[in-house]
Design a protein. Structure first.
Length: 366
């Protein structure tokens, strides 16, 4: 009877997933709910607009959990098919957004619907990693045209991100793709020309994209632009100290633009303190370490390449967001996974974690 019960637990959804990955995600979502509740109050006393922000975030948190649940029940073959479909859809929607959407904050990344807007390029992050991993492994085995197809897909999403513009996500996707390239031990005569070309595109963007050049130059020479946002962010960290001002008691972060999205980490640091801010860092690092522990014990090149790409997307996005709020790097306009406000970002992160849980389960069962 005891063996039967243990078997039933292992066959259940909770018994089949990796808790070291999933539990930190649950905690991050909970912290995000608290942070957005506090950030919404800066809209004024509790009113219709602040309630709408809070309600929408709560709905997308529940949707992200549901997405993780559904995706994690799929097989590796099913997530490959899903990734190809969603990547193709995201490319189509990105082109539609470029044509029909109005510019918001200097970019045309969002497709406005009746009650909310979506950022189609967010779907491309996790799905492109799966697609590129499939093509990398095929090339490693057959050395056929699959590398050219992979380069075409990278060029396509890169072109869209540059036109939007979303230079931060462009860098993120390209860097992760290059790491995947190293993972399959591709020949040097192919590797270095590709890396040189991508680096050349980075340099070209600096010279032809005014906003990229301005942000970098403003970071290096802070007297050439308005630094109100980053100054308020730094002041929020100082104000919070070790233990914070208390939930909803932050004064400086309430005056900080985008404290609900790109600069939510500054709000958390002021209200909950540096100790909680450091704990949050560990909540991102723990799944990353766990994923690479699994990779070292796997013999499946597709799983290794996919997990490497997905985990690096997850960690690098976190590093970029937090580094921007601390003025370590130029501001990028990138959300903090599972904490920042934004439905597209939450669903994209949920897809990523769902894919990771499937691949880890597959690796353990090898």
């Amino acid at each position: 009877m005891l063996k039967l019960k243990n078997s039933q637990v292992n066959n259940s959804w909770w018994g089949s997933i990796d808790k070291i990955i999933f539990i930190p995600i649950l905690i991050l979502l909970f912290i995000g709910v608290i942070a957005i509740s506090s950030a919404s109050q800066k809209l004024g006393t509790i009113n219709l607009k602040s309630n709408l922000m809070w309600n929408k975030h709560l709905v997308f948190c529940l949707l992200s959990l549901f997405t993780i649940f559904i995706i994690s029940k799929l097989s590796t073959k099913q997530i490959i098919i899903l990734s190809i479909s969603l990547f193709s859809l995201s490319i189509i929607l990105c082109f539609i957004a470029l044509i029909v959407s109005q510019e918001t904050k200097g970019a045309t990344r969002w497709l406005n619907l009746t009650y909310f807007s979506i950022q189609p390029s967010e779907l491309a992050k996790p799905t492109f990693v799966i697609l590129s991993s499939l093509l990398f492994v095929r090339y490693k085995i057959k050395e056929d045209f699959s590398l050219i197809v992979n380069l075409f897909c990278l060029s396509l999403i890169s072109l869209i991100l540059i036109i939007q513009p979303d230079f931060g996500m462009f860098i993120l996707i390209c860097v992760v793709w290059i790491i995947q390239l190293f993972t399959i031990n591709i020949k040097s005569k192919i590797l270095f020309p590709i890396i040189s070309f991508i680096f050349g595109v980075f340099l070209l963007c600096f010279f032809i994209l005014d906003h990229v050049r301005f942000r970098i130059m403003n970071y290096l020479f802070s007297d050439i632009g308005d630094n109100y946002q980053i100054m308020k962010s730094i002041d929020s960290f100082k104000s919070g100290g070790l233990f914070g001002q208390g939930i909803g008691e932050g004064v400086i972060s309430k005056k900080l633009p985008d404290s609900h999205s790109d600069f939510v980490y500054a709000l958390i640091s002021e209200e909950l303190g540096m100790i909680v801010a450091i704990i949050i860092l560990f909540l991102y690092v723990i799944p990353y370490i766990r994923i690479h522990y699994i990779c070292q014990r796997s013999s499946n090149l597709f799983i290794i390449t996919s997990l490497t790409g997905l985990s690096n997307i997850f960690l690098f996005q976190t590093i970029i967001n937090i580094s921007s709020t601390l003025n370590i790097i130029p501001t990028k306009g990138m959300t903090l996974p599972f904490i920042s406000y934004g439905g597209s970002s939450l669903i994209s992160s949920a897809l990523l974690i769902g894919f990771i849980l499937v691949l880890i389960k597959e690796s353990i069962n090898e």
